[in-house]
Design a protein around this ligand. Structure first.
Ligand SMILES: NC(=O)c1ccc[n+]([C@@H]2O[C@H](COP(=O)([O-])OP(=O)(O)OC[C@H]3O[C@@H](n4cnc5c(N)ncnc54)[C@H](O)[C@@H]3O)[C@@H](O)[C@H]2O)c1
Length: 459
């Protein structure tokens, strides 16, 4: 089949790579020329310097005969005569004040597409195509997409909802072996086209292929994300808080007790300073806005969002309230800039808010390190007198008055040895991921004070 992807970000590129790997001729259009050049470079390191996803570079190089990237819309127009499915993989961030989805990227792309689709097949539009919403969008978005197409006079088309469930950091694995593929359509012929697109999953014994209507598909995505977000918030705001309140209740022991119940499960049972990333927060806010627009309450959804926000403020605030630490004039080692391990994505990374908070507190210097996300983070915070980037965690901590562990990169587990053996001046340690919990006693023994999510203050 001929498949077009509009938007070559995490979702568009991972999904397009799998499309090519499934034997489809695949074109990815993105307005970001630099991204297009890197992703289309056929060089693994260049690809992964742009989208740091394990296996992505290899998959794109392996399928280079079947996948192209372009920022030139005339290539899109040329494909429309023969295209079978067009995947919309545009960003849908939240609008700050209301939380509703900002659909401007999506609508701009859909309007350009509609203008081009009416000209296909010498304006006869005889070829039937499906437009597939892969972006996470409002529950009634398929109908709104159809309105855009109808207004432009597009004929012979269907709109399908096919939400993406990949997990960043495991995007390729998740796209190659999804546990479910959800396709929402109103028309039988659209289901049939999608079955051809996804033949490898439709017949797969390991993926659940779920056909529903478009509203159920879109709602399923938003609600699944909310459910996961809520689990994290419960972990931080209830379980972690309980551990912070009692001297002899250890988070890891509670994990053993609680997660052995199959009804509860183990996913997400980690304490953390924040659940960041591009999806959970904005999707919860979008869900809340949609429910309220329909006159329904969204109290629990809103509270989940607030609990997560509160978590970061409480964590940073504990330096003052519990350790009596005065930030002004201090040197801070900030370890971890990506919103989580195994990605270079910094969207909604806790470190962004931390840098803002530290600047307000008047710190002298922030020395930041991340194994993958420094270039992304520098787009928000270029190196300056107040913020320096280093290439190894040891460089960051050696002069520090305080060390903040903000991302759960596995290598940070080894920090305690260096702190104990190499640092003369023992810093305050703020462990936002419990990465050093196995060494808290040793660190305390050599004079470190520790503030950790899910532990009382260790002095
Ligand atoms: N990242 C995830 O883990 C994830 C998982 C599931 C669903 N989603 C959803 O998928 C959608 C895309 O997310 P993402 O993480 O891939 O975003 P992204 O920001 O990584 O990628 C979006 C891409 O769209 C491009 N773009 C913007 N306007 C365009 C236009 N008019 N024409 C062509 N390209 C345009 C941007 O340049 C960017 O490369 C969002 O709705 C998101 O909620 C994301």
């Amino acid at each position: 089949m001929n498949i077009l992807y509009i938007g070559g970000g995490f979702v568009g590129t991972a999904s397009a790579a799998v499309s090519a790997d499934s034997g489809h001729q695949t074109l990815v259009f993105d307005i970001d020329q630099e991204k297009v050049d890197k992703l289309g470079s056929c060089d693994r390191d260049t690809i992964e310097s742009c989208l740091f996803e394990q296996g992505l570079g290899d998959l794109l190089v392996r399928n280079k005969e079947r996948i192209r990237f372009t920022a030139d819309y005339s290539e899109v127009e040329a494909l429309l005569d023969t295209v079978d499915a067009i995947f919309m993989c545009l960003p849908t961030p939240e609008i700050g004040e209301t939380g509703e989805s900002n659909l401007s990227y999506y609508i701009a792309a859909a309007e350009s597409l509609a203008g081009a689709l009416v000209k296909r097949n010498n304006a006869t539009q005889e070829k039937y195509i499906v437009i597939v919403n892969k972006s996470t969008v409002p529950i009634d978005m398929v109908d709104r997409t159809a309105d855009i197409m109808d207004a432009a006079g597009v004929k012979h088309y269907g709109v399908v909802s096919n939400p993406e469930f990949l997990v960043e950091g495991k995007a390729v694995e998740g796209s190659m072996k999804p546990n479910r593929v959800v396709v929402g359509a109103w028309k039988q012929e659209d289901f049939e086209i999608m079955r051809q697109v996804y033949r490898r999953f439709y017949d797969s014994p390991t993926s659940d292929y779920i056909e529903v209507n478009p509203q159920e598909a879109a709602a399923g995505k938003l609600l699944a994300n909310y459910y996961l977000f809520n689990k994290l918030a419960v972990c931080f705001d209830v379980i972690g808080r309980t551990c912070e309140a009692f001297d002899h209740v250890q988070f890891e022991q509670l994990r053993r007790i609680i997660t052995t119940d199959n009804r509860i499960g183990s996913w997400g049972f980690y304490d953390s300073l924040y659940a960041g990333g591009s999806c959970f927060i904005k999707d919860a806010r979008s869900l809340s806005h949609q429910l309220q627009t329909k006159g329904k309450t969204a109290s629990l959804v809103n509270e989940t969002y607030l609990a997560n926000k509160r978590q970061l403020e409480l964590f940073v605030g504990r330096a003052k309230t519990e350790a009596g630490f005065d930030w002004s004039g201090k040197t801070v080692a900030l370890l971890g800039l990506a919103f989580k391990r195994d990605t270079n994505d910094t969207r909604n990374s806790p470190s962004i808010d931390i840098v803002h908070m530290l600047k307000e507190e008047g710190v002298k210097k922030i020395i930041a390190y991340d194994p993958a996300a420094v270039p992304m983070f520098q787009k928000d915070f270029p190196a300056s007198e107040q913020i320096e980037y280093v290439t190894h965690e040891f460089e960051a901590i050696k002069e520090a008055d305080v060390i903040i562990v903000a991302t759960d990169w596995p290598q940070f587990r080894g920090l305690a040895d260096i702190i104990i053996a190499e640092l003369d001046k023992k810093p305050l340690i703020m462990d936002g991921r419990r990465m050093l919990q196995h060494r808290y006693k040793d660190l305390q023994h050599v004079g470190c004070k520790i503030i950790a999510v899910g532990s009382p203050f260790i002095s």
